[in-house]
Design a binder for this molecule. Structure first.
Ligand SMILES: [Zn+2]
Length: 329
């Protein structure tokens, strides 16, 4: 026996002895452990994208809202783990729904300037109800024939390819919905037929298993409606179609048909919640403006969400307060 062979044999015995100690500790027999194939180690998931979701900014010249929006953008940019993408969730301006041309222009100009000054991360946006100019014609003094009337102003100011659209990034598919449906002088959370058919066709084109994130302003599904709704005289909750998508059943059936949607993000409620239903997680992510720049709103501080997306379609979510102190007077 050569010295080398002897050394190897000794190492081998020591390895077996060490393994034996482990096996004894685990309660398995030595022979079973040696005969069993090594258990398959699951491939660790890999983070592919980090997203910040800033919703309900409601910028206006009053209540230091422009400063607050700038502070929030700075907070996102200064995060040690800086996001790759910002999604803005609608209601970018305080209100243009009932506002005149001049008042609407003042708010969008402030939004555009503040965003340009503070932005160091690519941004994608969706339209909120307060972003639709002049839908209340009497209060906004509009006729409905103005070039920028309705959602056109927001599409232009937010540089959207259309009022609803989709894109792909880092192996995920992103669907950006326009969830604001006209209803007299008001609105409903609802997709028009054209958009619902587009959603169905858009998801149908995806390779099987492509994880999909859906962004809307009004929640598709939320538990926060009960916070805003009092039971009626018969003790029933009648949920307003302006608080949550009243066409949830239609959207659910489209999601079910294609089975790619993992995560839906919304705003509108200025509250935080999470619903897990039928394989989809629905997150309502508070408000940058809190109580429309008057402080904490009910159970929710001014903030935004950070979401890590992984290559296996999973995600991590966190609501981050950016420390805004609202005017008290
Ligand atoms: Zn809203």
């Amino acid at each position: 026996m050569s010295l080398e062979h002897s050394s190897l044999s000794r190492r081998s015995l020591l390895t077996r002895a060490a393994l034996g100690a482990g096996v004894l500790a685990s309660g398995l027999s030595f022979d079973t452990a040696l005969a069993s194939p090594r258990p398959a180690v699951p491939r660790p998931r890999k983070r592919v994208l980090r997203v910040a979701h800033l919703t309900d900014i409601h910028v206006q010249p009053e209540k230091r809202a422009g400063e607050g929006m700038a502070a929030c953008l700075k907070h996102v940019a200064d995060l040690a783990d800086k996001p790759d993408l910002i999604l803005t969730g609608g209601d970018h301006v305080m209100d243009s729904f009932e506002a005149t041309f001049d008042r609407t222009k003042t708010q969008w100009d402030l939004f555009t300037k503040t965003l340009a000054d503070g932005l160091s991360i690519p941004v994608r946006s969706t339209i909120g109800n307060h972003d639709a100019w002049g839908w209340n014609k009497a209060k906004s003094n509009t006729t409905g024939t103005e070039n920028s009337w309705g959602k056109a102003w927001a599409v232009d100011a937010l540089k959207l390819p259309a009022r609803y659209y989709s894109f792909d990034q880092a192996g995920w598919h992103f669907v950006v919905l326009d969830s604001v449906f006209p209803n007299g002088d008001g609105y409903l959370g609802k997709l028009d037929d054209e958009q619902a058919e587009w959603l169905d066709a858009d998801l149908a084109k995806l390779p099987k298993g492509t994880p999909t994130l859906v962004l809307s302003h009004i929640p598709i599904l939320t538990v926060t409606t009960s916070v805003y709704t009092k039971p009626d005289k018969d003790n029933n909750y009648n949920i307003s179609g302006s608080l949550q998508h009243c066409d949830y059943a239609r959207i659910k059936s489209i999601f079910e048909k294609h089975n790619t949607v993992k995560l839906c993000l919304s705003g509108h409620m200025h509250l935080i919640d999470r619903c897990d239903y039928n394989g989809v997680t629905y997150l309502c992510n508070g408000a940058v403006s809190g109580n429309w720049w008057k402080g904490r709103h009910r159970d929710c501080d001014e903030g935004y969400a950070a979401i890590n997306l992984f290559d296996d379609g999973s995600f991590e979510h966190e609501y981050i307060k950016y420390g805004w102190k609202a005017e008290t007077k």
